[in-house]
Design a protein around this ligand. Structure first.
Ligand SMILES: [Zn+2]
Length: 139
């Protein structure tokens, strides 16, 4: 399938079955545009750069990543965009759980706690799958 066709299909599914997460993404994108961040493209996704050294977050076809992102970070986030096509509305629940895990680790780190007692980030299937999908399809 041609790249243009894939992109069109990706956006159609994102705005139908994947609509709940995509709407969150539209809101995030709007805030990014209003605050002067430039939309950029990585494969099918639109991404914005914000802040430094924190990684990234994906809301369906919209991604926000830090300015010093690595290729693997943006691949991973785009992998979440693919997961949204598969999971649709349920992606909001998986995504919320992922955010809780992220902030739990951040809070433990910022309060000087021992993060080594927490399960590794990739132990959550959603995260390891996003990495695999991103590295496979977005080289
Ligand atoms: Zn992730």
């Amino acid at each position: 399938m041609k790249q243009t066709m894939k992109t069109i299909l990706y956006w159609i599914i994102s705005f139908t079955w994947g609509l709940p997460m995509t709407l969150v993404g539209c809101f995030a994108a709007l805030i990014m545009i209003i605050t002067g961040h430039k939309p950029q493209r990585f494969y099918y996704n639109i991404y914005f750069e914000f802040g430094e050294s924190w990684g990234g977050v994906d809301f369906g076809p919209f991604t926000i990543v830090c300015k010093d992102k690595s290729l693997s970070t943006i691949q991973h986030e785009h992998g979440h965009g693919l997961q949204n096509l598969w999971w649709g509305p349920i992606m909001l629940i998986w995504g919320a759980w992922s955010a809780i895990r992220y902030w739990r680790e951040e809070i433990v780190r910022r309060t000087g706690g021992d993060t080594s007692k927490l399960p590794p980030y990739e132990a959550y299937w959603l995260e390891s799958q996003a990495t695999k999908l991103g590295q496979r399809y977005f080289k």
